[in-house]
Every structure is written in structure tokens, then in C-alpha cells.
Design a protein around this ligand. Structure first.
Ligand code: OAD
Length: 229
């Protein structure tokens, strides 16, 4: 059986594909007020503004291509049972060819009913607008987890992390919980790696190797090493 390698990714892995991160100096939360566009309160206040924000994100993702970092994770599948747990709403891991991808914060190409969260649809084209309705006649919203909402996939993610033989963190500021707490569910004895060009606060994590590089370079280095092992 191949060893289970779990990769936890954030916006930084898609930065080299031209997708803005959230908290870097040119990040989305410098440009937008998070309360206006990524909370249930923002949605109640101005649905058109929220939909416009995600329509722009969808267009940006459609224009982007997977980069070397996404591709490196696909190469790892030859030797490892790779599970990607991503906070990203883009589909670049899937487009690169990764087989097991769990989206913690939703997916930009899906919408869901505002009255029945089990009604989830693929978005055709780039836009979701006021007046687009589910089969039961209620407004569709982006299939995104907003601040203040539950993260439905968290339990599944904890189980995956708890059974990892190796754990790799790439391109996340590790400030948004519960996702950022995932590393605490890994076994203390397993090797862990963190790839980010900037300092990321992680305290009290045993067996952690920090690779202070951008995702493209850092993952190429790590994947080479892990494939040789
Ligand atoms: P952030 O924008 O908070 O953090 C991005 C991280 O990527 C930072 O640590 C950067 O240093 C790093 N980074 C930048 N360029 C990089 C590169 N080329 N290679 C590798 N790393 C790079 O994004 P997230 O941590 O993903 O949630 O944010 C977590 C959540 O907060 C998101 O899922 C989103 C956001 O608000 C929701 O919208 C619910």
C-alpha cells in the first residue's frame, strides 16, 4: 500500500497561476471588505454585490491555469496515496490531474439553493445573478463557506489528517479556523513540511520542516526528495 500523504493548501499555491491571495499586500481583503462580500450578513444586505464579487473570482479562475506546484502534487501520486485538502475555491488541483481533492471552503463553479443546502448545481458560464433560482424557486447563492458559517467538510478533513503518514502545508497564512487547526489532528510523530515564502505562525508542531520558498520552487524540491525516499 502507498503511504498516505496529506497536503493542506491555501491561496498561495494558486498565486503563481495569477489568482490573488487574500492577505498579501495585493490581496483581496485589501480591496474588499470581507464583511460585505463573504458573510451571511453581507448577503442579506446586498446580494448583487456578493454575486458580483464571486463572478469576478470565477472569471479570474477560468483565465488561470494550474502551475508547477499543482503539477508537482500530481507527480507524487506515483509513490503516495495523495489526499489534498484545500481551502481554495478554484479547481486548479483538479485541472492539474489530482484525484482526491476535498474543498473545505466551497467551490467557485458551483451554486446552491438558499432554502435547501442539498441542492447544489454546476454553474454554466461565468455568472450567477440575482433572479437565478433553484428548482424550488429560491435564489441561488455561491457554494462557498462564508465567515460565520459551519465548515461541513471539517470532520472528513480531521479523519484524513489523523491517518496521514506525511503532512504538507502549502501557501496558507494559517489564520482562518477551523481549517488552520487541521495540523493539530496529525500524529505528532509524522514528518510535516510547510512551504511558504513568508513567515507563518505555527507553534508547538513537532517534526516540522519549513521550506521558505514559493510553492513552485518549494514543492519541486520537496517532491524530488519524497520520490527518492
Ligand atoms: P491568505 O491570503 O491568508 O494566505 C496566503 C498565504 O500564501 C500567505 O501565507 C502567503 O505568504 C503565501 N503565499 C503568497 N504567495 C505564495 C507563493 N507564490 N507560493 C506559496 N505561498 C505563497 O490565504 P489562505 O490562508 O488560503 O476563506 O486564506 C484562508 C481563507 O481565508 C481562505 O480560504 C478564504 C480567506 O478569507 C474564505 O473566503 C471563507
Amino acid at each position: 500500500m502507498k503511504p498516505k500523504l496529506v497536503v493542506f493548501t491555501g491561496a498561495g499555491i494558486s498565486a503563481e497561476s495569477g489568482i490573488q491571495t487574500f492577505r498579501d499586500s495585493d490581496g483581496l481583503w485589501e480591496e474588499y471588505n470581507v464583511n460585505d462580500v463573504a458573510t451571511p450578513q453581507g448577503w442579506e444586505k446586498n446580494r448583487a454585490l456578493v454575486l458580483d464579487f464571486y463572478n469576478k473570482r470565477r472569471k479570474q479562475v477560468l483565465e488561470a491555469k494550474p502551475n508547477k506546484a499543482h503539477e508537482a502534487l500530481v507527480a507524487l501520486e506515483k509513490k503516495y496515496d495523495v489526499h489534498i485538502i484545500t481551502q481554495n475555491i478554484d479547481d486548479l488541483h483538479e485541472r492539474a490531474g489530482s484525484k482526491k481533492v476535498l474543498h473545505l471552503h466551497g467551490e467557485i463553479f458551483k451554486s446552491r439553493s438558499t432554502t435547501d443546502s442539498s441542492l447544489i448545481y454546476k454553474i454554466k458560464g461565468t455568472e450567477l445573478n440575482v433572479g437565478d433560482k433553484c428548482e424550488r424557486g429560491s435564489q441561488l447563492r455561491p457554494h462557498i463557506v462564508w465567515f460565520g458559517e459551519m465548515v461541513p467538510e471539517m470532520e472528513t478533513a480531521y479523519e484524513i489528517a489523523a491517518t496521514a503518514a506525511l503532512f504538507v502545508v502549502v501557501g496558507t497564512s494559517m489564520v482562518v479556523y477551523p481549517a488552520a487547526g487541521l495540523i493539530d489532528y496529525t500524529k505528532p510523530s509524522i514528518p510535516k513540511y510547510l512551504i511558504d515564502p513568508n513567515d507563518v505562525k505555527v507553534n508547538g508542531i513537532k517534526n516540522l520542516t519549513i521550506i521558505k520558498e514559493k510553492a513552485g520552487v518549494g514543492l519541486a524540491m520537496l517532491v524530488n526528495e519524497l520520490i527518492k525516499k
